[in-house]
Design a protein around this ligand. Sequence first.
Ligand code: FE
Length: 346
Amino acid sequence: MPATFPYIAGALLLAAGATSAQEQVVNLYSARHYSTDEALYSNFTKATGIKVNRVDSDDAGILARLKAEGTASPADVILLVDAARLYKGEVDGLFQPVKSKALDDAIPAQLHGRAADGSSLWFGYSTRARVIVYDKASVKKEDVDTYEELADPKNKGKLCIRSGSHPYNLSLFGAVTEHMGEQKAEAWLKGLVDNMARAPKGGDTDQIKGVAAGECGIAVTNSYYLARIMRSGKPEDKAIMEKVAVVFPNQQTWGTHVNIAGGALAKNAKNRDNGIKFLEYLASPEAQNYFANGNNEWPTAKGVKVTNPALEVMTGGSFKSETIPIGKVGANQTKVQQMLDRVGFK
Ligand code: FE
């Protein structure tokens, strides 16, 4: 008996070698870097046997890399945050259309980047809201519960907001342009500039901190940055939450602006079927929990519910979000950038 062991081991090694020559893989370029995403990838491999190879970069880095690599690109699936970037990838021809019944059934129609033939160029897997944070002591909720009021002279000298050209703001302003029309939107942007407490600097978290520090009365942020602070046990974060309150704007009118994190099949995908399997997997309840809840976002797949204590507290259970197709928001960004230049919003 013992004599057969080396033989068996040899046979197993050979078999393993043969398998790895045609190993199933999917190459992922991801702009998301959350610890919960690790579990997401390993569970996909467990369920399908397809290994996930990742290249992590920021959104701009991924788009630049895909362009530079061209047809030689090994990328199969691309994950990006914000509709402004997904739209950019779309117009730069970096994606290919996908027709998937599973994804059509799971992801609401307004969260698809639609190709002319009705197939999809990208899919939104989680949503985040662009909300208003204010100083509880010096600002009244009723003075900041609409985006319009951010530009009202009554809020002069109070507003803190990151750069106007950041995709989060390009998308918010693109949405406002859809809702108000171009002329009013430009006047509104001018009003934001007039109301600034300081020139735009830093990211969304820095704006929240600016309110807590008393430098700003009002700030604009994506909901998950606030949720992170709410869920943090650090004394400095607890101190921030003593000072600030949040409002989901425009509940009486067109609803709060929401954006997405999304995924697409790369134009030159070499593992096309595996890429589609991965995109479909991201809409499954298990993956949605990691993908959305892991970053304090809302899942998009129909029927998927996750309970996130910070988001519950923030919204009181639910809120009204805008209903314009997210693709339109991204498509307005060139127009918005021109308006920003005209009104001097850096
Ligand atoms: Fe972010």
